[in-house]
Design a protein around this ligand. Structure first.
Ligand code: PLP
Length: 369
């Protein structure tokens, strides 16, 4: 049996007619930039999130960059973030002109460890960007307390956590701003690059919208210099269709994770994902941990089971950050886990048979030894 890591095709086929119609309408209208589809998607997403403003942008990386810039963060500032994420989280801090300051992860949740944040705060610190990694909420209430105490902006990177919650509040609704990616493989994915910013702050929303559109809210009225980071109309049309299914797809991910938990719990050599109390983990990724990660990955590959590693190097260990002069021992948990984590197939459409096959593959690996 071949099990892909994600199966975008089966999801497309399940809503093919609606998607094709939505794309065809954009083609037929030849309205490729701006247009009703964008406003429709922004207001649909806003009502799903109970938020005042949704600003569609070109991708999730720009979403972070634009938020940082429009909060006035730049040269001479420092922004604290997690040691374990995709590079967008930290490269955008640099793009904005500021310095990324990494904090090691919590050993149970793989998200930024709030106990290690305060020692990294200096006079230059302006913001904290926690990432709700793999769909798991970072300890957002503890982080918010720190932000309140030191008057720092809280920017939530929600690229992996659409509809994750803590205490009934959605990821992205705890901070001043939440940033989302709709990269195809994300929980809510477009068929190309797309992203958005959410906020209740009227002025911030307007600034972000302006900056993302060459500094103009109206054509030729450039109040500032900006960038071109508009949400593509075809992508908005696709997201408009997919947004109607996202709640169901999210629930499927959660029940698939429960199946993996129940089936794999007997495997002593594995550490399964732990979910923090009072939170909803939406399982963008189902990440297991074992000292024999590479051999297990190989074994599953031979069986036709595709897996992935998120991420093979913690951010401070990337060549891009050599200039910061960190040692692996500065981030002991993230540096250890980068060699132990393995993401196994997880998507709403994966069947019980397929998950059974994955679990049997994992079990056969540990039995053989
Ligand atoms: C995917 C991702 C992003 C960036 O999203 P793009 O849409 O690919 O630019 C940012 N942060 C995290 C944690 C991500 O996983």
């Amino acid at each position: 049996m071949n099990i892909p890591f994600v199966d975008l095709k089966s999801q497309y086929l399940s809503i093919k007619q609606e998607i094709d119609d939505a794309i065809f309408k954009v083609l037929n209208d030849t309205n490729f930039i701006g247009g009703q589809q964008i406003r429709d998607f922004e207001s649909k997403f806003a009502s799903l999130y109970g938020v005042k403003h949704v600003v569609g942008v070109a991708n999730g990386t720009d979403a972070i960059y634009i938020a940082l810039k429009m909060l006035g963060i730049g040269v001479g500032d420092e922004v604290i973030t997690t040691a374990s994420s995709w590079i967008s989280t930290s490269e955008t801090i640099t793009q904005a002109g500021a310095k990324p300051v990494f904090v090691d992860i919590d050993p149970d949740t793989y998200t930024i460890n709030p106990k290690l944040i305060e020692e990294k705060i200096t006079k230059k610190t302006k913001a904290i960007i926690p990432v709700h990694l793999y769909g798991q909420m970072a300890d957002i209430l503890a982080i918010k307390n720190i932000c309140d105490k030191y008057k720092l902006y809280l920017i939530e990177d929600c690229a992996q956590s659409h509809f994750s919650e803590e205490n009934g509040t959605l990821a992205g609704r705890h901070g001043v701003v939440g940033t989302f990616s709709f990269y195809p493989g994300k929980n809510l994915g477009a068929y190309g690059d797309a992203g958005c910013i959410i906020t209740d702050d009227d002025l911030l929303a307007e600034k972000c919208r302006m900056f993302a559109n060459h500094g103009a809210l109206k054509k030729h009225a450039h109040k500032i210099e900006g960038i071109n980071s508009r949400l593509d109309t075809i992508q908005a049309a696709i997201l408009n269709v997919k947004a109607n299914y996202i709640i169901n797809w999210t629930e499927s991910r959660i029940s698939n994770a429960a199946f993996y938990n129940a089936t794999l719990k007997e495997v002593e050599e594995l550490t399964l994902p732990k979910v923090r109390n009072n939170t909803k983990h939406t399982f963008h990724l189902y990440v297991i941990r074992t000292k024999e990660r590479d051999a297990l990955k190989e074994h599953l590959g031979v069986m036709g089971i595709q897996t992935a590693v998120h991420y093979p190097l913690a951010l401070p260990n990337l060549e891009a950050y050599n200039y910061l002069g960190y040692a692996k021992s500065d981030f002991p948990i993230a540096s250890k886990y980068q060699n132990e984590i393995l993401s196994i197939p997880m998507y709403p459409e994966i069947s019980k048979d397929q998950m059974e096959y994955v679990c049997n593959g994992i079990k056969s690996f540990f039995k053989k030894k």
